[in-house]
Design a protein around this ligand. Structure first.
Ligand code: ADP
Length: 352
């Protein structure tokens, strides 16, 4: 019955207790003095008793009342059971208690604010992402639609365009597939669904494999693929071989796509650090203006839109690269001079 009393009721009951005790003290003084006890001693004794009883009653009542109120606040701001454990301790140090509670509540309010900010950013990001995805998908779909309708409207029997249009439609289907595959990969990387298969491997061998895959494309673009001198020995690292191959594939592919047509060079270098190996992929191609550098790893960010589209780029390559390296707890950076070339550098852990 005394559990959820209002402040008024608490004051009322406390006053009753104190009044009753005060009456007892008065009676004690009266009885004592009428029995011949010295008035001063009985008076002093009752005063001390009254002081002590009042002090402990008020302390108990205030603590109980404040503690219960604070417990409710803590129940709201904390979501674990054990977070309530320390409050009783705090109520013992009444002087600091309210300060502590105020601090905790302020901290809670700040964390809520941060949470809301993060949610807002994510929401904006999601909206922008959806917009980008539909925009990216729209372009090839409209092209395919255009070619197919032209063929259906009689173009199929026109030998001057039928094969050409079909080939163009097929190229756009390829583009669609690249975008969808890259989106799939990026969402797996972001959701943490993709588990790394960590193993020891020779980075140099992986680069050689990528060089081999790209030989034809590089030749067509007039670009030479090679290692920087001093890369004769193996470079054994720890990581997910398939994913690192994807990183090198992306970087080298870009160095061909945005390289110097005819007379271009894409070079891979390795540098030994204490516990890491730094890999650099450089080209002497078109380069990148400084203002673009900080956005380069954003999804769908393209500087050379036409060149990127022409070569079937999804604009997702570098953000996939960044995600893969972050999953390895490593970083990637870029240096570039327009007209001179670009260098991407990333690190990997040496095998123990
Ligand atoms: P894309 O599929 O368009 O190549 P990426 O994410 O791989 O997408 O690259 C993003 C953009 O960065 C490219 O569109 C291009 O403008 C620029 N870029 C990437 N690599 C290079 C490079 N080696 N030289 C110059 N520009 C580059």
């Amino acid at each position: 019955m005394f559990k959820n009393l209002s402040l008024k009721a608490i004051a009322f009951y406390t006053t009753i207790v104190l009044t009753v005790f005060f009456s007892l003290c008065m009676a004690m003084v009266f009885i004592g003095s009428s029995n011949g006890l010295p008035l001063l001693s009985v008076g002093m004794l009752s005063l001390i008793l009254f002081f002590l009883v009042s002090y402990f009653t008020l302390k108990y009542v205030l603590e109980q009342y404040v503690f219960r109120r604070i417990k409710v606040i803590y129940k709201i701001i904390r979501n674990t059971k054990d977070s309530l454990a320390g409050i009783e301790e705090k109520t013992d140090q009444a002087a600091f208690m309210l300060d502590a509670v105020e601090g905790d509540v302020a901290e809670w309010a700040k964390s809520r604010e941060d949470e809301i900010e993060t949610l807002k950013t994510l929401e904006n990001y999601r909206k922008r992402f959806l917009g980008n995805v539909s925009h990216e998908l729209k372009t090839p779909i409209f092209s395919i639609q255009g070619y197919i309708y032209t063929l259906l409207d009689g173009g199929l029997h026109d030998d001057s365009i039928n094969e050409r249009y079909l080939k163009r439609a097929a190229r756009n289907v390829e583009r669609l597939l690249t975008i969808v595959k890259d989106l799939d990969e990026i969402s797996k990387l972001e959701s943490g669904e993709l588990k790394l298969q960590i193993q020891k491997f020779d980075l140099k061998e992986v680069v050689k494999e990528v060089f081999l895959d790209m030989e034809l494309k590089a030749k067509q673009a007039g670009i030479a693929l090679n290692f920087k001198s001093g890369a004769d020995q193996p470079f054994i690292v720890e990581g997910d071989r398939e994913l690192i191959l994807r990183v090198l594939d992306n970087l080298l592919m870009n160095s061909i796509k945005y390289g110097k047509e005819g007379g271009g060079v894409s070079k891979v270098s390795f540098y030994e650090m204490d516990k890491l190996i730094l890999v650099e992929v450089s080209d002497n191609g078109i380069g990148i203006e400084e203002k673009h550098l900080k956005h380069l790893f954003d999804r769908f960010y393209r500087i050379e839109k036409s060149r990127s589209r022409e070569s079937g780029g999804s604009g997702l390559g570098l953000s996939i690269v960044k995600h893969i390296l972050e999953a390895h707890n490593q970083t990637i950076n870029v240096r570039s001079t327009p007209g001179k070339g670009t260098t991407f550098g990333f690190t990997l852990e040496k095998a123990k």
